[in-house]
Design a protein around this ligand. Structure first.
Ligand code: 13P
Length: 248
């Protein structure tokens, strides 16, 4: 089954890293999965030169949480991402979302246009999980995504959510597979019951947090998992290429 395999390079890479990366990746990729690479903004244009029609998709790691017509020093507009070859953007990653999740998620949902597919990141902190509050927090994070005032221009064809438990990012710890499936099903059900346009079949949920070549096949094979969002392991080009080449 075709899955989404996404690489979030975060603030890693250099011109040489990218050249070496794609020298290997383009020779060894043999995948029917949908691959998305999120380089740092400064390197999006360089990575775009290695794309052809369908070898991989390209995304920005973050987008203005204000509307495009508001000024924001250090901001990037959705048009700039599209101009540089992007067809995806992450929104609300735990490393950038700060405390006011609702506001940031709401603003970002404005960009769920047909040109730039947003991947909304949600996930609970370790304390939240310990206190049994994961579903409450996820509901809060998903609320704005389902508010029809967020779609003034165009209704999205699909919603992609990345479930990234904050305690699993970069730690080597992952939830039990049953727990991943349970939360993914919870997200799909919540969004489909509350979204103004979309049905459950239009909602995809990716898992992120310490995914590597050893655990990727099991995670990708778990029920309700539509793909993975990979940080550290996506910087190892052989490991990432092997994950992309998995057949599920
Ligand atoms: P790691 O795969 O390094 O845990 O990072 C996950 C992540 O934050 C992807 O967005």
């Amino acid at each position: 089954m075709k899955k989404i395999i996404a690489a979030n390079w975060k603030n890693n890479g250099s011109k040489k890293f990218i050249k070496d990366y794609f020298d290997y990746f383009l020779k060894n990729i043999d995948s029917k999965n949908e691959i998305i690479i999120f380089p740092p903004d400064l390197y999006i244009d360089q990575v775009n030169h290695y794309r052809d029609k369908d070898n991989f998709n390209l995304g920005g790691q973050n987008i203005n949480y204000l509307r495009d017509d508001a000024t924001l020093t250090s901001g990037n507009s959705s048009d700039m991402f599209i101009d540089n070859g992007c067809n995806y953007t992450l929104a609300g990653h735990s490393e950038v979302r700060g405390s006011d999740i609702a506001f940031i998620q709401a603003g970002k949902a404005l960009y769920a246009s047909n040109d730039l597919q947003v991947i909304f990141c949600v996930g609970e902190e370790a304390d939240t999980k310990k206190n049994g509050n994961t579903q409450n927090i996820l509901t809060k994070q998903l609320e704005d995504l389902c508010d029809k005032r967020m779609y003034p221009k165009v209704s999205p064809r699909k919603v992609i959510v990345a479930y990234e438990p904050v305690w699993a990012i970069g730690t080597g710890n992952i939830p039990k597979l049953n727990d991943i499936s349970f939360i993914h099903k919870f997200i799909k059900t919540y969004v489909s019951e509350n979204h103004p346009f979309l049905k459950e079949k239009d909602i995809m949920v990716l898992y992120g947090g310490s995914v590597n070549l050893k655990n990727a096949k099991d995670i990708l094979s778990a029920p309700y998992v539509d793909g993975v969002l990979i940080g550290g392991a996506s910087l190892e080009v052989k490991e990432f290429t092997n994950i992309c080449n998995l057949k599920i």
